[in-house]
Design a protein around this ligand. Structure first.
Ligand code: BDR
Ligand code: CA
Length: 309
């Protein structure tokens, strides 16, 4: 039976590739997509999500969730993703309607409706929607099968401050709630995602794969500029597709079950994932923290799946 998931996301070119990867995979039953404010404001992330679903020729329902973090003003990342959040080849205004239900209510209702332990939450942006759902409906927490999220960093440090990765930094209070929820969590931090770098060859392959491949190539070309200039890296890190790839092919990844706490107090290290990689505390493990990815295997998977769309 296909794995039931909800994708919670702030597209974002790398979020968009993750959504395509999920839609292309028969092992996954994507119940719905909840948009959250993050890379760009909510009115854009929900629209971008609908554009991506439509690009894939699907009708997966898209819901708008929270438009601001729990306790702070929104920080966005147009400097990475462009003004729309999805700069690259411009996609048509989506015909797929936005669902009228709030994204948080969709998460709550879905977890109450589906069998306990059968729905995995895939978080590709700030954790505001998921934390709000947990706060509002504590009964759903124990029904969650697993949370697989892109966020944080350990040895790799941060990408929005020296200490913090963007998704956790934008809503550290939400991250604290999620990391403390007691359900199984898999974390795809920068330590892994900075190894999932696009290559010129892979982008050329995409470009030769029809309309969807061409759009994917234009997205990765766009946000590659930022990472190449900033980190001197070889290509664009496909952060968020790592979440879906871990679900499909966990053997491509290596990590450790460790304790991860979220810094919410300090001005200097706000949003840091304090990851006890070496087990120097007695704090119990609360997450599988991924440190490595088989880059070739990851890109082969993406090529094969995107080719199916
Ligand atoms: C994360 O932040 C966003 O810019 C990306 O979409 C990804 O989810 C990487 O830090
Ligand atoms: Ca994202």
């Amino acid at each position: 039976m296909a794995q039931k998931i909800i994708i919670d996301t702030d597209p974002g070119q790398d979020d968009a590739v993750a959504i395509l990867l999920a839609l292309a995979s028969r092992e996954i039953d994507l119940l719905g997509i909840t948009a959250v404010a993050g890379n760009v404001p909510l009115d854009l992330t929900q629209r971008n999500a609908r554009q991506v679903v439509e690009l894939a020729g699907r009708v997966t329902p898209v819901f708008a969730g929270c438009d601001a973090p729990l306790a702070r003003p929104l920080v966005t990342a147009e400097h990475v993703h462009g003004k729309t959040g999805l700069d690259g080849i411009a996609l048509p205004e989506p015909g797929l309607p936005l669902q009228s239900q709030h994204g948080v209510d969709f998460i709550i209702e879905t977890l109450r409706r589906e069998a306990p332990d059968s729905v995995t939450l895939c978080a590709l942006g700030p954790l505001t929607n998921i934390a709000t759902a947990f706060e509002r409906a504590p009964d759903i927490v124990e029904r969650v099968q697993r949370i697989v999220l892109m966020g944080g960093g350990c040895f790799e440090g941060g990408n929005i401050t020296p200490a913090a990765e963007f998704n956790i930094y934008v809503d550290p209070e939400a991250a604290k709630i999620v990391f403390g929820c007691g359900r199984p969590i898999t974390v795809l931090p920068l330590d892994a995602t900075h190894k999932a770098l696009t290559s010129r060859d892979w982008i050329a392959t995409m470009r030769g794969m029809g309309r969807i491949g061409e759009v994917v190539a234009s997205w990765t070309d766009f946000f590659e500029r930022f990472d190449v200039a900033k980190y001197g890296s070889e290509g664009a890190p496909l952060h968020d597709p790592c979440v879906i790839a871990w679900l499909l092919r966990p053997e491509l990844f290596k990590g450790r079950e460790i304790n991860v706490e979220i810094e919410t107090g300090s001005e200097l290290t706000l949003g840091m994932t304090v990851a006890d990689w070496w087990g120097v505390t007695d704090r119990p493990a609360n997450a599988l923290f991924i440190g490595d990815v088989d880059r070739d295997g990851f890109f082969d998977l993406l090529t094969e799946r995107i080719g199916r769309l």
